[in-house]
Design a protein around this ligand. Structure first.
Ligand code: HAX
Length: 388
């Protein structure tokens, strides 16, 4: 091995740090930079925010944006795969309504795999993507007990319209809802190879478990409060702020810091500017709900919190992250229960994680695939005490 092949000298300082900064593989779908955030297949996310989710799914799987013909083809492929060939609903009816929606989503994905698995990585990934809108809609409807008159699925509708139609909420602006969810999905589909849920999904798939098992595991990883569930906490935080008055918001932020609680929606492990995904959602909010109370609160937070957080030199990025605005927008369109917010994150990530699993299983190492994950753990002295 030449020097240039040594990407990092692993020392004892790297042990028990959650593999922070230790290179373990390559990623073909996305990367994150400190200044421009996530890029999908080389495109900065700001250039992609207005695309339809179907076109970004095409990008993640094919590594290029679709022509109009390819865009029609992916929509038609997803329509052909949309119908669930078995009884998902009775599985969901059996689940405790006290369970968190992320647990419902994980069980639902497992059930889809038990209903049909082809064992072809790409087919299974595309089937799952095509069936997610119906699963998402059914999770909401059945968990909330709205089980009467669930509209039939229309496979030819867009992915987001199929969810909105299944949900079938009274008194909502369907056009706004479609716009917010489409943008949300595109912004959240992928985030490099090493985030916990993606890594977990790829690790499970490396043992040749099905993509459904891998994705259910990925959703379990995403459900943790330090990972995907931060978007639920963020809207809960905004509701607690409760005012858009700048002086009161500043007092609230200072009190949270004094109580050693996080100021949700700010800070990032990699980014060193405002997350462009937050910027895109603020722009969308200005268009569709500038007078919404929660939107006004997050706008004030965006002005106040970075200034207050900057006073602490330990905080590497005091700016807004992706989670600051998504909850306010989802709340505005009628999705008022924050416990569901991480399921949208999960729905979006099925595309990125699915594409990365397909790459690791059928493209990496000239098509042989990445081998079974097996990082090395060093035995601690105490565990060696009976060894001569
Ligand atoms: N509020 C309070 N304290 C913060 C903070 C914030 N918004 N951001 C950073 N800090 C603190 C950290 O807790 C850490 O404190 P300790 O040294 O006492 O452990 C210190 O400042 C340095 O942290 P950092 O190096 O700047 O950031 P980390 O990589 O450790 O953490 C987090 C990144 C996102 C976890 C962090 O900024 C945070 O807790 N933010 C608030 C919660 C939140 O909004 N989470 C959503 C993240 C969205 C995301 O990553 N999506 O992909």
């Amino acid at each position: 091995m030449s020097d240039k092949d040594v990407l990092l000298e692993v020392t004892s300082d790297h042990l028990n740090t959650g593999m922070r900064g230790v290179p373990v593989g390559t990623c073909r779908t996305s990367f994150v930079t400190p200044s421009e955030g996530v890029h999908y297949c080389g495109y900065p996310i700001t250039e992609l925010a207005a695309f339809a989710p179907e076109d970004i799914i095409y990008l993640l799987f094919n590594k290029e944006l679709p022509t109009s013909e390819q865009s029609a083809q992916i929509r038609s492929e997803l329509a052909q795969r949309a119908t669930i060939p078995g009884d998902l609903e009775s599985v969901l009816h059996a689940l405790p309504t006290t369970g968190h929606p992320m647990d419902w989503l994980s069980v639902g994905i497992h059930a889809l795999g038990m209903i049909e698995t082809t064992n072809d990585w790409r087919s299974d990934a595309m089937n799952l993507i095509a069936r997610m809108p119906r699963l998402m809609g059914l999770v909401f409807r059945i968990r909330e007990g709205r089980t009467e008159n669930i509209p039939a699925d229309d496979p030819d509708a867009s992915l987001v319209d199929r969810f909105v139609n299944t949900l079938d909420l009274d008194g909502i602006d369907k056009e706004k809802m479609t716009r917010v969810i489409s943008t949300y999905l595109v912004l959240h589909m992928d985030h490099g190879g090493g985030n916990l849920s993606t890594f977990t999904g790829k690790a499970i798939a490396s043992g040749h478990a099905t993509i459904y098992s891998a994705m259910a595991g990925a959703m379990n990883a995403l459900s943790g409060p330090l990972h995907g569930r931060a978007n639920q906490s963020c809207l809960e935080f905004v509701l607690r702020v409760g005012t858009s008055d700048a002086a009161k918001v500043e007092a609230f932020v200072r009190a949270e810091l004094a109580a050693k609680r996080p100021v949700f929606g700010f800070g990032h492990a990699v980014l060193r500017t405002e997350d462009p995904r937050a910027t895109a959602q603020f722009a969308l909010g200005e268009e569709i709900c500038p007078e919404d109370e929660n939107f006004k609160i997050i706008k004030t937070l965006r002005e106040v919190a970075p200034r207050v957080l900057s006073e602490n030199p330990k905080i590497s990025n005091p700016n807004a992250n992706v989670d600051i605005a998504s909850g306010a927008l989802l709340h505005h369109i009628g999705l008022t229960d924050p416990t569901y917010y991480t399921t949208f994150f999960g729905w979006a990530r099925v595309a990125g994680i699915g594409a990365q699993i397909v790459d690791e299983r059928s493209v990496m190492r000239n098509g042989k695939g990445t081998p079974l994950y097996r990082p090395k753990y060093i035995a601690e002295e105490q565990s060696l005490r009976h060894v001569e």
